[in-house]
Design a protein around this ligand. Sequence first.
Ligand code: UT7
Length: 341
Amino acid sequence: MIATRAGGARRARLVALGAHVPERIVTNDDLAAMVDTSDEWITSRTGIRSRRWAREDQASSDLAVEAARRCLEDAGVAAGDLDMLIVPTATPDHLFPSTAAITADAIGAHGAAAYDLLAACSGFVYGLGQAAALVEAGMADRVLVVGAEVLSHMVDLEDRSTCVLFGDAAGAALVVAGDPGTTTGFLGFELGADGSGAGQLAIPAGGGRIPVARSGGLDGFLTMNGPEVFRFATRIMVESVARLLEATGASIDDVDLVVPHQANQRIIDHAATRLGIPAEKMYNNLEHYGNTSSASIPLAMAEARDAGRLKPGDLVLMVGFGGGLTWGATVVRYEPLEAGA
Ligand code: UT7
């Protein structure tokens, strides 16, 4: 689906960011001591050099709480003033209760509706789409979107084809209603899903089809057909961004920063070349964190802001892709509350 903001309705703005990563750094050499891999293979095939792993007793909500607090602090908004808390995650604490409800309670967002959103690595862009729609429909004034993952808990540490790729993190963004007359905010969204590729990237057990209690311990790990997902990712990143730019009328020249889902440097470089995005407009931090699924885009956004690469008023293009198979892209002007935009 494509949705653009042609005007008239009240606008949703992205005003604040926050992120959190667990302390433990796991390098490629650390992994080479555990499975049959090497720093050379991982670096050349993916661009990843290290990733963060949560402790065994840390779940997604523990990381989400820290990212949420930092984001609210950035905005100067109290948790009690949130209307909604959306947690995109592929690694929820439980099937239910939701990671969002647990996070909302921990940060003191007692007046907020809270729910998880399952769109794997596209989850954060989907979450922004829902936040913007809720705000623009007048149903909410302040929506916090917190992508949070502990993928290290879900990979088979004996499977070199997956355990080297993923990392743990949380990243948050606050979406609020613009003042009457505001004409910026989100320019549009391009979101999609193709369930015919459902088996290409999955955690098969734990739901109603293969209940964990009856799985005999099998199928509980993340499985991926790497080359097939690679082909999908390189194609969809280009197509989704092209469709979004055409629908919104924005061009790569108008965009100040591109923040893609951090899955593989080769995928990102391919898309950047095909879309004509100059290197100085791309923000990547895959090298340090690996693939953190729904946390990767907000983590990169927060880091770009801290590094001075994302500035107030910048037009930002985000694009995600992953399990489902799903994808999502959006263009938004970053307008921190301090800038008075
Ligand atoms: O966030 C959701 C979206 N996910 C993605 O976008 C991931 C998309 N896929 C990829 O990024 C890549 O497919 C991978 C990085 C996962 C794999 O790279 P590849 O170039 O597609 O490698 P491959 O799977 O075709 O495997 C090539 C070889 C195989 O050996 P043989 O059969 O050629 O002898 C693998 O067994 O590399 C081997 N291999 C490894 N070797 C050393 C696979 N994993 C490793 C490893 N270390 N960790």
